[in-house]
Design a protein around this ligand. Structure first.
Ligand code: FES
Length: 104
């Protein structure tokens, strides 16, 4: 297992999403839902859109291109036209740093 630091928890307000680039991985979207952090791949599974440029609606991220939605907590595609899930990462926060855990 490997932990990868993404952002400081204080740098992302509740209700916000941001894109993080990590060497060797696809771009990652990091979300703050009411103080709880989540992370998914940033690239929409329907087209060339950045989820970080979409907006959060309850527990969903709404794609900025065609309005498809994904559950931020699981990556599940739950709104047309999206059919394929986003990869969702395991997230942990330690010492104010938001990290993802990769199984390797
Ligand atoms: S590119 Fe995201 S819904 Fe079409």
């Amino acid at each position: 297992m490997r932990n990868i630091a993404l952002i400081k928890s204080g740098d992302l307000e509740p209700g916000e999403v941001t894109k993080v680039e990590v060497d060797g991985l696809p771009a990652i979207a990091v979300y703050n839902l009411d103080g709880e952090f989540f992370a998914t791949d940033d690239l929409c599974t329907h087209g060339d859109a950045s989820m970080a440029e979409g907006f959060i609606d309850d527990n969903d991220i709404v794609c900025p291109f065609h309005g498809g939605t994904f559950d931020i907590r699981t990556g599940e595609a739950n709104g047309s036209p999206c059919l394929h899930n986003l990869k969702a990462y395991r997230v942990l926060v330690e010492d104010g740093i938001v990290m993802i855990r990769l199984d390797e």
